[in-house]
Design a protein around this ligand. Structure first.
Ligand code: FES
Length: 165
């Protein structure tokens, strides 16, 4: 699936709003649903919700969406990679792992999602598994004691599965 902000299906949004009875008290739940569908919060969706729900405005919806770390305003990849760069992971080599990911996926510094939309990359501060440092997570799977070679093999496997490599 590669829905983009230019392909918003407003019937899907209406379905979500109906499910929550167009009530502003359910705004967070609505945004969570929208993010489930699109893997991020498209700007048009936030504007639509702000216009359709009584008592909200697009600016309010945008303000709420940016306040919570759980919401992404940028498209996420099918595979969401998190690289921990907390202290334990940093001293045990998270940077070479991060660089290996960027190289493999052709991600420039500051670019968070690769061109084909398959992978997105996020640097996080601690995943609570310091004993396994350096740690990466791809979707919900934890990869302990990562090395640049190991992450390259993992990414090669995923690329192959997706028919990209
Ligand atoms: S610092 Fe990486 S898991 Fe804690």
């Amino acid at each position: 699936m590669s829905e983009t902000s230019t392909k918003l299906d407003f019937r899907v949004l209406d379905g979500i709003l109906e499910q929550y009875e167009y009530k502003k008290s359910y705004l967070i739940a609505m945004l969570q649903k929208v993010q489930e569908v699109y893997r991020y919060l498209p700007e048009e969706a936030m504007t639509y919700i702000g216009e359709k729900v009584d008592g909200l405005s697009p600016a309010t919806v945008y303000g709420v969406a940016t306040f919570y770390a759980q919401f992404s305003l940028e498209p996420k990849g099918k595979y969401e990679i998190k690289v921990c760069d907390g202290t334990a992971c940093h001293v045990r080599g998270s940077m070479p792992v991060l660089n290996a990911i960027r190289n493999k996926l052709n991600l420039k510094e500051g670019q968070t999602t690769c061109e084909n939309g398959l992978f997105s990359l996020e640097i996080v501060s601690c995943l609570g598994a310091c004993g396994l440092a350096p740690v990466c997570v791809i979707n919900d799977k934890v990869y302990p004691q990562m090395t640049s070679d190991a992450i390259s093999v993992i990414l090669d496997t995923l690329l192959k599965e997706e028919g990209v490599a």
